[in-house]
Structure formats: structure tokens, C-alpha cells
Design a protein around this ligand. Structure first.
Ligand SMILES: Cc1ncc(C[n+]2csc(CCOP(=O)(O)OP(=O)(O)O)c2C)c(N)n1
Ligand SMILES: [Mg+2]
Length: 337
């Protein structure tokens, strides 16, 4: 993807505004995630994807804006709603789709599925099905950077439901105590499965959850990729200056159900329609690009076509890739001594 890690090191938040090309790149990156997820939804409906499948549709601006602040060596990890994060990290759409369909061409050779994919090459460390399990792991990766004296940062994403887990606060404590370079990104999509934040959380200003540990936090419009980018640059610069962790609460929304098997009866159709029509991150960026003349209708149409082609190719690859051989049942279970 175009926002995949860049070579130059960042120095602070006094950075130039994104160029028109970069803005158009964010559009393409978000559209790729949207179309990829729509295709995954279709393949699930056709019975080609089994098990759980949590789509990221609606939340694309968060991951694309955050990724724009990273350089080589920085790392990312998240929950089970992870396909968008993988694509944003530059993982190959073919390998991700093949893993979703349980094929040997997938990132975990068809044995992990939607929630369990990793790429050491792209520094993407999962893909975690246990709510908040990634938070101590991301904190540990940040510890590793500090211990080795590497000037990198770990982006650790979690949900508004996950933020009520105890291990999150143990992690906050250690990260603040040791000034670890970790940005905790709370993707507040307003629901944890069928439970709204008001029903589940005592206090819904999640960016304040690090206050007791002295961790700065900000609430960000997570439907606006440019706002996310500004916040990301600031948070990453804070970490890389040795000042310790940072919390970004992204105000966002998922359009689809929690997973493919969720009838979404806990919210009204009107609520979803309002978000889609008024706050869609892709439609809004498209309008901004046209208004500012960063690209014209024809250029955007050609991007739409390129993205469609990438996704169709990924789906074809996934379906053509063989299922894992039976002998694979016994591989990757234990590491060799
Ligand atoms: C420890 C644990 N408890 C419960 C579950 C079941 N569960 C899966 S997702 C989820 C909701 C999490 O919501 P949130 O953190 O807001 O993330 P979102 O799905 O909105 O991205 C729950 C309770 C689980 N996977 N792990
Ligand atoms: Mg949530």
C-alpha cells in the first residue's frame, strides 16, 4: 500500500502537511481496505470463509492515518478485527485473503484464519482473539525497543470493550514507569459485540484512562484520516523523544455487525445510515480531493478500478490456492528444541 512504512526518520510534529499525492494515497489505501472487506463478506456468505470474521468497514481512516506516521522497524498489533491493519502494514492482499479462506497460500499457511495472521517482515504481530491480549504483548515489544536502544515505536490497537480489561492497566503502569515507546490506540466504535459503551463503561472518555499513570491522551476524529495523521505524528514523536507512552482514542464506527453472525439488533438502522451518509471517511476524503483539485474524477475512477483489480486478484488467488496438506496438522505445533 502507498502508506506502508517510509524510510526517513521522523523528528517531531513540525512536519509539512501531506502532499496532494499522499492524500490521494490515503484514499487508495482506505478504498483497498473497504473493497477487500466487502469481498471477504461475500466469500463468507458463499461459505468459502469459515469460523469468525470481523470486518473493519467504517474504521479505515484510523489505520491508514496511523500508518502514515511509521517508519521501517516500527511495529503494529491489534485484535481480531485485523484485516485492515494487515493491509495498511503492507501485507499482501493475496496472502491475507488466502488465509481467510484457510488455504496454504495464506500468511499462516491456512491454519490461523482471520484472527491469527502475522508478518515478521512487515512487523505485524497479530491478530489476537482474546480481548486485550495484544496490549501486554505490544508493551513488551516497546520494552524490547527501549532495551536494545532502537528508536522505534509500537502501535498497539484495542477496542472500547477491551479498555476495561485489567491487563490494560498493568501495561499502562509498566509503560509509563519505564517510558516505553508505545502508542495505545483505542478504537472507540461505540460497541463491544452488542453492548454499547454507555452500558459497559463507567466513564466513556477513554483517552483519559492513562491519567493515573501520567500518560497523555487525546480524543481524535477517527473518521477523518487527516486528523488521525496529525494525531499520529504527535504521538509517535512523543514516544520517539523518549517521553513514554501515549493514548489516542479514535472516535469511529463499524458499519457491519460485530462479526458476520451478528444481526445487530442493539442499534437502529437510522444510526448506521447517519454515520455512513454524513461521516464516511472515504466519501469525505473523495470530496476533499475533488474540491482541492488534488485529483480529478477520471484519476479517482482509475484508482477505483486498480483497487477492484487487486481485490479480485486476491480472491481468485485465494480460491485457487490448495487447502493445507494433512501432514500440516502436525507442523507449527511445537518449536524445535
Ligand atoms: C477475554 C475475552 N473475553 C470475551 C471475549 C468475547 N469477545 C470477543 S470480541 C468482544 C468485544 C470486544 O469489543 P471491543 O473491544 O470494543 O472491540 P470491537 O469488536 O468493537 O473492535 C468480546 C467480549 C473474548 N474474545 N476474550
Ligand atoms: Mg468496540
Amino acid at each position: 500500500m502507498t502508506t506502508a512504512k517510509k524510510p526517513a526518520a521522523r523528528t517531531g510534529s513540525n512536519l509539512p502537511k501531506p502532499t496532494p499525492e499522499e492524500v490521494v494515497g490515503y484514499y487508495k489505501d482506505m478504498l483497498l481496505i473497504r473493497r477487500f472487506e466487502e469481498k471477504a463478506g461475500q466469500l463468507y456468505g458463499m461459505g468459502l470463509i469459515g469460523g469468525f470474521c470481523h470486518l473493519y468497514i467504517g474504521q479505515e481512516a484510523v489505520v491508514v492515518g496511523m500508518q502514515s506516521a511509521l517508519v521501517d522497524g516500527d511495529s503494529v498489533l491489534t485484535s481480531y478485527r485485523d484485516h485492515g491493519h494487515m493491509l495498511a502494514c503492507g501485507m499482501d492482499s493475496r496472502g491475507v485473503m488466502a488465509e481467510l479462506t484457510g488455504r496454504s497460500g495464506g500468511y499462516s499457511r491456512g491454519k490461523g484464519g482471520s484472527m491469527h495472521m502475522f508478518s515478521k517482515e512487515k512487523n505485524f504481530y497479530g491478530g489476537h482473539g482474546i480481548v486485550a491480549a495484544q496490549v501486554p504483548i505490544g508493551t513488551g515489544i516497546a520494552f524490547n525497543y527501549k532495551y536494545r536502544g532502537e528508536n522505534n515505536v509500537c502501535l498497539t490497537y484495542l477496542g472500547d470493550g477491551a479498555v476495561n480489561q485489567g491487563q490494560v492497566y498493568e501495561s499502562f503502569n509498566m509503560a509509563a514507569l519505564w517510558k516505553l515507546p508505545v502508542v495505545y490506540i483505542i478504537e472507540n466504535n461505540k460497541y463491544a459485540m452488542g453492548t454499547s459503551i454507555e452500558r459497559a463503561s463507567s466513564g466513556t472518555e477513554f483517552y483519559k484512562r492513562g491519567q493515573a499513570y501520567g500518560i497523555p491522551g487525546e480524543s481524535v476524529d477517527g473518521m477523518d484520516v487527516l486528523a488521525v495523521k496529525v494525531a499520529a505524528e504527535k504521538a509517535v514523536a512523543h514516544c520517539k523523544a523518549g517521553k513514554g507512552p501515549y493514548i489516542l482514542e479514535m472516535q469511529t464506527y463499524r458499519y457491519r455487525g460485530h462479526s458476520m453472525s451478528d444481526p445487530a439488533k442493539y442499534r437502529t438502522k437510522e444510526e448506521v445510515t447517519k454515520m455512513r451518509e454524513q461521516h464516511d471517511p472515504i466519501d469525505n476524503l473523495r470530496a476533499l480531493i475533488l474540491k482541492n483539485g488534488y485529483a480529478d474524477e477520471n484519476a479517482l475512477k482509475s484508482i477505483d478500478k486498480d483497487v477492484k483489480d487487486i481485490v479480485s486478484d486476491a480472491a481468485e488467488f485465494a480460491q485457487a490456492s490448495p487447502e493445507p496438506d494433512v501432514s500440516e496438522l502436525y507442523t507449527d505445533v511445537l518449536i524445535e528444541a
